[in-house]
Design a protein around this ligand. Sequence first.
Ligand code: AMP
Ligand code: GLY
Length: 425
Amino acid sequence: MKVLVIGSGGREHALAWKIKQSPLVSELYCAPGNPGMAALGACVDIPAGDIDGLLGFAKENKIDLTVVGPEDPLANGIIDRFAEEGLTAFGPNGRAAQLEASKAFAKSVMQRYRIPTAEYAEFSSADEATAYVEAKGVPLVIKADGLAAGKGVTVAHDVDNAIDAVREAMVEGVFGAAGSRVVIEEFLVGEEASILAFTDGKTVIPMVASQDHKAAYDGDQGPNTGGMGAYSPAPVITNGLAVQIQRTVLQPCVDGLANEGIHYTGVLYAGLMITKDGPKVIEFNCRFGDPETQVVLPRMKSDLVPVLLACCNGTLHQQKIAWDDRACVSVVMASGGYPKAYDKGKVISGIERAERDAGVMVFHAGTKHHEDNVVTNGGRVLNVTALGTDIRGAITMAYAGVRQISFEGAHFRTDIGHRALARHS
Ligand code: AMP
Ligand code: GLY
């Protein structure tokens, strides 16, 4: 089989790494890929947003399976376009991807199908949103409705901050059209975890739970980022909770969408807050999480490719997925300055040294080739990932890997996995 992976981050490197292990795969292509992915397959210089270009490439090269990493092409209907041409592509179609691309849509689905989530109201008028904030008082969470590259959410602990967030989204247009409508939510208290699930629109098979670390600095301090690291399993998700989440969140969501004529296939990602009243949905995403994928796929013992195909062709009920009991931890090495402005082009050394240790994998998140070197090319640069017999062992190995790698200005959190450790001690 010929497989094409779309995207260029750590998530896509992990996908390509896992797909490449399948005996079903004869050729692997990545568009646009990165230097880590180039070691696994052929990188094709087509951006993830260029749907016409990707479609042309897939047709010409008779790609048997296309796997889409990021949300934007999904929301823009890449799966629909591939399907029109008779091509198999993994991910939800454009209507189904609205579950991530419109928070108001996602909230309305959750409300209709009684999926536990924060109470909310939605607004298309800044004056009405402001009046609501003043009447409700804080804490409140203000969310731009549309896709805002992870930046559209403000957790406001004072009223001025909440009103500023409304003004930035709705009056100043900081998020463009994505912010012309906002959702204002009740603030949930608890511990966060992510559950990603495979679905063919009917059957839902959850993957093992994981947790990412969104704050930039140790102790969950500092600005929000795309994620500074992740670990799996997430001990906050007990076996009982996993069953409850399947029954109260994942299956009702897929069934509810089907009831509305929306056939949701691919990965359904539930970002959850485990509150004292049980798990509640913070957000749905329509794709693999980043960096959650980097700690979930290394724990998947089964071949990923038949599962992806089964999601596309409606036979997921025939699949059984086996998971490794070991723990996986991934530490993000970021560019100096990230998540604010940062430099690119810094030479990276030590990746091979880090990987010499069996069990350490370095997924490339923001790198490129320059002359004979691999250099930094993004905020999040590398995901140094390790499997260990338990979380403590995986943490030790991942940081041993991190210590082998250097580039100017590199920074990383030193406490990835701390919540899991606290639960174990
Ligand atoms: P999102 O982009 O929707 O994942 O939100 C980003 C982060 O904001 C989440 O990971 C949570 O930490 C926080 N957040 C979002 N919604 C809520 C909520 N209703 N209550 C508490 N925290 C929230
Ligand atoms: N780790 C958060 C996300 O993938 O959206």
